[in-house]
Design a binder for this molecule. Structure first.
Ligand SMILES: [Zn+2]
Length: 292
C-alpha cells in the first residue's frame, strides 16, 4: 500500500479530520538524507504533519513551510508541502545519535531541543502568512497542537509517529489531525477528549495494519465521520538542472563572466532532496551565450 491521506468531517461538520500513512515518504527522506533513526523520526513526523497541513490550503500553487529551530543537535528541520500531497524536507544535521528516552523511544525531543516552530503559508499574496510558536515538548505533534491553538485559534489534537525496523529503515509512519470548528458543543468536546485518551499510539495502530480510514473511524467512533477525499502522498522535490540554470542566468552577465574566468565547474546543491548539480565551464559559457 503506498502513501495517502484522507480528509473527513464528523459531528455534523463540527469536527474536521485528516489522517495519513507516510511510510514510503519518510523512507525516501531517510534514504536521500541518510538520516540516523532519531532524525528519521523527527523529520518523518514533520513531513507527515506537512502533508496534512498542506492539504488545508486552497490553491494549487500555495506552499506551506514548517520550520523547527532548536538548540538540540539536529539544529533545524525544514519541510515544504503543497495541497496535493507532495512534500519535501531536510534536517540541518542528518546524523544525530542519542540514547533512547526514559520510555525506551527515539529521543526526538532531545534531538530537537528547546526552540520555535515557524509556519509559513505562501498563498500568492504579496507577503506570506508567518506564524511562530514556542516548542512545548519538542516531540513535534504537541508543538503543532500548540501552534494551532495559539496562532490559528483552532483547538486540535495531533498524533504523529514513525516506527523503525531493526535495520533502521522505516517500518511505519503516519498521523492524524482532528480540529474543532466554531460552534462545537461542550458535550462533543468532552466526549472527543475522552476518546482520544483511550487511543494507543498512532504507530501501533498502523503496525496493526489499520488504514487511515480505519484509524479515523476508530478515533471518531460515535461522531459519524464522513470521508471527503483521498490524496496520494509522496516525497517530491521540484528542483531540476533547468531550474538551477535559470537561477544562474539571473546572476547576470558580469558574475557569469567571472565564473567562466575561474575555469572551475560550478556546483549547485538542492538541500531538500540532497541532489548536486554540476555545471561545466562550457555549460556556463553556453548559458551566458543564450542569455545575451
Ligand atoms: Zn531538490
Amino acid at each position: 500500500m503506498s502513501d495517502y491521506m484522507i480528509r473527513a468531517v464528523a459531528a455534523e461538520g463540527k469536527i474536521r479530520a485528516f489522517a495519513a500513512t507516510t511510510r514510503d515518504t519518510v523512507e525516501e527522506a531517510r534514504r536521500r538524507h541518510n538520516t540516523s533513526p532519531v532524525v528519521t523520526a523527527a523529520l518523518g513526523r514533520l513531513l507527515t504533519a506537512g502533508a496534512m497541513m498542506g492539504s488545508m490550503m486552497k490553491g494549487d500553487r500555495d506552499r506551506l513551510t514548517l520550520k523547527i529551530n532548536g538548540d538540540g543537535p539536529v539544529q533545524a528541520l525544514t519541510v515544504v508541502a503543497d495541497n496535493r500531497g507532495d512534500v519535501k524536507g531536510f534536517p540541518q544535521v542528518p546524523q544525530v545519535l542519542l540514547h533512547a528516552n526514559d520510555k525506551g523511544k527515539l529521543d526526538v525531543a532531545g534531538a530537537v531541543g528547546v526552540g520555535v516552530l515557524t509556519v509559513i503559508k505562501d498563498i500568492g499574496l504579496k507577503e506570506p502568512y508567518v506564524g511562530t510558536s514556542m516548542l512545548v515538548t519538542s516531540e513535534i505533534a504537541e508543538d503543532i497542537t500548540y501552534y494551532f491553538a495559539t496562532s490559528e485559534q483552532t483547538p486540535s489534537a495531533v498524533a504523529l509517529g514513525v516506527l523503525m525496523n531493526r535495520e533502521n529503515t522505516v517500518r511505519q509512519a503516519g498521523g492524524f489531525i482532528l480540529q474543532l470548528m466554531p460552534g462545537v458543543e461542550e458535550e462533543t468536546i468532552s466526549r472527543l477528549e475522552a476518546r482520544i485518551g483511550e487511543i494507543h499510539s498512532i504507530t501501533s495502530m498502523l503496525d496493526e495494519g489499520m488504514s487511515p480510514e480505519e484509524i479515523l473511524r476508530y478515533v471518531l467512533e460515535g461522531f459519524e465521520p464522513e470521508f471527503l477525499d483521498k490524496t496520494p502522498v509522496a516525497f517530491f522535490c521540484d528542483c531540476s538542472k533547468k531550474k538551477i540554470e535559470s537561477a544562474i542566468v539571473s546572476l547576470g552577465k558580469e558574475d557569469l563572466e567571472s565564473l567562466i574566468a575561474e575555469r572551475e565547474p560550478v556546483e549547485a546543491h538542492c538541500d531538500y532532496c540532497n541532489t548536486s548539480y554540476t555545471f561545466e565551464v562550457e555549460e556556463i559559457e553556453k548559458i551566458l551565450e543564450t542569455s545575451k
